[in-house]
Ligand binder design. Structure first.
Ligand code: SF4
Length: 316
């Protein structure tokens, strides 16, 4: 049977970022060093495939520290944790390894520096997301005010409008954040911003690649889990750039083939926590149904790498 032709535009960069790569290595190396089980507070990265694979190797995922025993090592996820979490682990004499992405730690340090200088913080982020909870938890209660939208800015009641700084979650939409920053600057002209964007290189680059592909395609699939912030932003970016059918899929089995009937172009990308094997499976699933020609759309090259913490680099 002759298969219909399909051009599949593959985004580059896509998939794993340096922070996710490091966090997964930290879990794997901890299991090697200390044996199983190793406890991980929260999903190490927001991807079901990754979490299931690590669980099979001996990682036990818990939501809170009190679900982990004192005598097994515990790892904190890439999203970062409030200061109270390592403090509690130290109080219980636990061995712990912090897999917080260095680019999230950078935001934590920024918040602390501003706080020391007497500024109150405004955080642009999603309420309840572990990164937001962790970043806000770097400072005492009430020192970080959260805004999710431009509308939230109007409702802010800072201690002193002249003494404010803002930080952002690392995985937001670059364009939406610009609007919120503009609203903050309009209402609080003295507000201090970060020296270098808090939205990380990986988030920015994956969004840029989607912006380049979205106008070319009838449908765009983002491989990622529903709790992955950066993956969900990629879907929104595609829709905002005119690709009406943009969907998040966990893996190839979640593709709604009926919705894709009759298309001749499709875009494929993967969020920062989605492994390449899932991309390969999606491409293979298209090849089973279409006569596929793959075109890579490369908008940036990445060479960022982060070292794992010293405790894992030392001999056991
Ligand atoms: S998405 Fe960005 S901030 Fe988050 S882990 Fe990856 S590099 Fe770090």
């Amino acid at each position: 049977m002759q298969m219909p032709p399909l051009t599949l535009y593959l985004a580059a960069p896509r998939g794993f970022c340096a922070g996710v790569d490091r966090a997964i290595k930290i879990v794997e190396m901890s299991i090697e060093k200390w044996g199983a089980p190793i406890y991980v507070r929260h999903e190490i990265v927001h991807n079901k495939f990754v979490v299931d694979s690590l669980r099979a190797k001996g990682a036990v995922f818990v939501e809170e520290l009190d679900e982990a025993p004192d005598d097994r090592p515990v790892i904190f996820s890439a999203h970062g944790v409030a200061k109270s979490v390592p403090a509690e682990a130290a109080r219980r004499n636990m061995v712990f390894v912090d897999a917080t992405c260095p680019l999230v730690s950078k935001v934590h340090i920024e918040a602390e520096r501003h706080h020391e200088n007497g500024l109150q913080m405004v955080m642009i982020g999603h309420a309840g997301h572990p990164e937001t909870v962790g970043t806000m938890g770097q400072l005492p209660e009430g020192e970080v005010l959260l805004v999710e939208t431009s509308e939230d800015v109007a409702a802010l009641e800072p201690r002193d409008p002249e003494q404010l700084a803002y930080i952002t979650q690392t995985t937001l939409s670059v364009d939406d954040t610009k609007d919120i920053v503009a609203a903050l600057k309009a209402r609080f002209p003295a507000i201090v911003g970060p020296h270098k964007e808090d939205i990380c290189y990986a988030t920015t680059n994956r969004q840029e690649a989607v912006k380049a592909i979205a106008p070319k395609v009838e449908a765009l699939l983002v491989i990622g889990s529903p709790n992955s912030s950066n993956s969900r932003r990629l879907v929104e970016v595609a829709r905002a750039r005119g690709c009406e059918y943009a969907q998040l899929v966990g893996n190839a089995t979640e593709i709604d083939w009926r919705a894709l009937e009759g298309i001749a172009t499709v875009g494929v990308t993967a969020g920062a926590s989605a492994p390449e094997v899932l991309v390969d499976e999606v491409v293979a699933a298209f090849r089973d149904r279409y006569d596929v020609s793959v075109e890579t759309v490369e908008t940036a090259r990445e060479s960022v790498e982060f070292k794992v913490p010293r405790v894992l680099r030392e001999e056991a």
